[in-house]
Design a protein. Sequence first.
Length: 648
Amino acid sequence: MKNKYLLPFALTTLMAALSGCGGESANIIPETSDSSTENGTCTPKMNGCVEFALDYPLDGLNFTCSSDTTNSFISILDLGDGVATGSCRVDDKVTFFIKGEKDKKINLGVVELNKVARLSAGQVPRLTILDMAVGITQQDAKTLSKNDPTVMVAMKLVKIFQALALQENKIDVPTDIQALYITDEMRSKLELILSSVTSQQIMSDEYVDIIKPWVDVSVIDDDQAFEVVSKLMNIATAAVYQPEFALFSTSGVLGSLISGSDGLVGCNKETCDLKDKSTKYLFGHFMLITDRQGYTFGSGLQWKGTATGNLAAISSVNAELIRNVKPVRMTAPAQGHWINPVNKRVDQDYQLDIADVNSQPLIISQGKIFNDYMMAGREQFYKLLTNKTTVSSEELKDLGRWKQTTNTDEFKGSLDLYKIFPITYLDKQVFKSVSNVKSGEKYIFPMYADLTFKFTDTSVPAVKLGIVIDQNGDIRSNIKAGSTETDMSTSDNACTEDSFDPNTFIDQHGVQQYRLGTISRAFTANKLLSIRMVLSHDKFVKINGALVGMNSTIKTSSDSSTESVVVGGALLDVASLLDPAVISGQARVTFTDSAKQPVRWGNSLASFQHVYNLANASAATDADKALAKLAGGTLDFTLAPCYSVAIK
């Protein structure tokens, strides 16, 4: 049997994503590769072994690893983790195919594993449908377009998988993505085809007639296939993105509990010389969410100023700024671009607005995600990440870079970034939506609800916010007309999408709504949905910048005795709604973390304002003290009064 390893998006609590010891690490473990397993030539987590996760939830896809001339393997879908995985050794070429019971097979190309991942990391990289298509065309896709030759091949692969899923009654809608198992019966039937299929025959469309005795791919048209490719690429890209929190950075260390990156750091000079007392520094942190529709938004904070104390390292500068400079809010409005899903690069400027009238937005201008996990801002970290000894002028364009203009200075610097909490497909055993059930069946999404944000400082009144979890699994606000600072709940007649404009995000009552987050995955065993949210607009006032479901600890000092802000997990139990014996009026949901405790939310800006206030008691204003009270608390989830389970 295959050894099972929990992926980082399982229920287990991850390493503190904002912790002072560096957040998630690359975790290279100095052990030798061991013997083959059912789904790979080596055991994941061993040195030299690279585990990969397919973006398509496909169990039983055959593959071989070039370093193993004896064995072949299959992808294994673990519903407990929500993804199908395999593993090969570093530098391997992975050959994919679907094998019949005897000698027939459908060849699906050869993928160079180095293009997906070069080292064993703390997070399993995604091998996408486009990676498989590149293995056939041997050329990278240039753009996510139906006219791109490699995307066209990805569409053909999707037609095979989706047609099989329809044939096996795994999906009811051609564009739905659900778990697909290559069964013994399917392998036996594959022997009906007259000849095996080469990758060249997939490119030329000859495969359509050859495999028709096995599956008829004509049931999926080009538009539907492209929609599925787009969904898969969004799934592969959607996650939480955050810089290293560089309060205690130890540059150059990779492979321990410390990642060795510096996060978002820079200054107002060409070279940030720690010996130059006149240098103004800027460093910051943010959390961005990319949702299932490909939009990215989030919230963060930054500090700017000079440092006069012990300048032995950038971490010393940052620690001094935290104590002596007020943090300033950064807000990333929802933008339809961020990390390009095709080339993994920031290929358009990404903007974070600054709550300072003297500052222009901070612009992230370049960078590339490697290992489906990390972006390097400095050459030294880049070399560690890519196993390269030199960096060419062209490769310098892959380093994370940002810039920001103020009334008096031009700041610029580097960005080390982590992609964490990747999402998975949403299994319809739990996520029953109007988009994935048959006519006449019950569905529960879109779901309308109210969140009640309670503050640890009980002098602050609770804030109620209406939300919608839509049919795609994304979350937006559902604020009623005439809302107040503390009551932005769902109105009595707002449980409908009939007149909601998805382009402007203005609802049927003329109220502007906002993207909030996404469901990261569904747990089939206990009917749970994992929710992640970042509130990022001035409209939310006291809960602007609230972080929900991040499984993170915000450590505000190197002093272990200092209080930290905990942002727990957020799990929505929908078992009652799925029970066919329960009618709508009786349906209930529960909302807890993985330990069945109340969901805890946090706010990093308010938390670090508290740090400043403690260090500068005489200088802290009433506004500073009021902001520090908004550092977090607990969160309740209740179904909106107008919501009911529906029939398609």
